[in-house]
Design a protein around this ligand. Sequence first.
Ligand SMILES: [Zn+2]
Length: 157
Amino acid sequence: MPIIKDKNKLNPIFLPFVNRIIEVAKSNGVQLIVNETLRTNDVQFAYYLQGREGLLTVNKYRKEAGLYLLTEKENERIITNKTSVNTREGHGAGLAVDLVPSEGWSAPQSKWDIIGKAVDIVAKYSVEHLENIKMMLVWGGNWKSLKDTPHVELKYK
Ligand SMILES: [Zn+2]
């Protein structure tokens, strides 16, 4: 099962937030591309191996998961501590999305920061709605360890 980019695989309570974040980023000059929505265990496990196992092993699992193959350099970095998805939260529940500027992964930091800015703006205008559903919008760019700038998540408080 390859990486899932279909926005319609997101949880229906999360999708309107994602659409608004994309709109706000666009009005701030950044076109965002949806890189991943719902995630399978195959994909999560392949991510987990990155930076922990040799390139041959990592790419074997990535190939099986339908992911592009990494370079030696890309395999130097650990990107997640989770071996499998949790079907009640995050990508496993369709409550997280990874957004990438149209320039791609090498986009300047300023473009990535717009994701965080867009999340803040959308959260601000959704305060009541978020209170009602007892959830919050989180940007992975604010995480202290394993900073995850593409990642936006709707989390239970
Ligand atoms: Zn993510």
